[in-house]
Design a protein around this ligand. Structure first.
Ligand code: MN
Length: 212
């Protein structure tokens, strides 16, 4: 699949300011693939709701592209979105379905080993939780609670291997905006993809995540 077991990177590095987005009560990431949200539960039940996770990674394989991943059980359904998501409801972004990825792959930020120089770098451009509104063949709609992406979105199949990702017209929509250009950096490290790619030389306040 993604070969993440052979990757070095900052998959386990956590930004210190995580945990306050979207008003959710977020627990530690324990590898279970979900985010605990106790705020939705009456305290007396003792139950814990695990919301599906979403992540958007910026990745250069043969071309630089975004990967939109939405948790479904113990995998991340994945679409390659060449131009990335938009908060402008008038913008329709091509989303090419790709193989499901492991939950661990969605935690990865770093540089995949074993790829030619200048490729394989991945940043976590956004992440958070999702409420799935509809999930049927060829269509899934959901509410995102991320750092950059918020509110309703829909992924709709328009042809073989061709879906579109569109922002819903809701209070989180920002007509005319270009979130990818406005906020290019990783939500984990604060680095842009270019900085991460070149980043073995970039000092980052003492946090060098390479295992060497
Ligand atoms: Mn990719």
């Amino acid at each position: 699949m993604d070969g993440s077991a052979q990757c070095q990177g900052t998959a386990r590095a956590r930004a210190p300011d995580r945990g306050d987005e979207a008003g959710a009560t977020r627990g530690p990431n324990d590898g279970s693939g979900g985010t605990r949200d106790r705020s939705r539960n009456p305290p007396h039940t003792g139950e814990v709701v695990i919301k599906p996770r979403f992540v958007v990674q910026l990745h250069d394989a043969t071309t630089l592209h975004f990967d939109f991943r939405l948790q479904s059980g113990d995998v991340l359904r994945s679409w390659a979105v060449p131009k990335g998501p938009s908060l402008d409801p008038a913008v329709r972004r091509l989303a090419v379905p790709v193989d499901d990825h492991s939950l661990a792959a969605g935690e990865f930020e770093g540089v995949h080993e074993g790829q030619r120089r200048g490729t394989g770098a991945v940043i976590i451009w956004d992440e958070g939780t999702a409420d799935i509104a509809r999930d049927e063949p060829g269509h899934v709609s959901f509410i995102l609670h991320g750092r950059k992406l918020a509110g309703g979105f829909a992924l709709t199949r328009t042809g073989p291997k061709r879906w579109i990702l569109v922002k819903a017209r809701d209070e989180d929509a920002r007509p005319g905006s270009d979130i990818v250009a406005e906020q290019p950096a990783s939500v984990r490290s604060g680095k842009t993809w270019t900085q991460l790619r070149d980043g073995e030389q970039i000092s980052s306040t003492g946090s060098k995540h390479s295992p060497e």
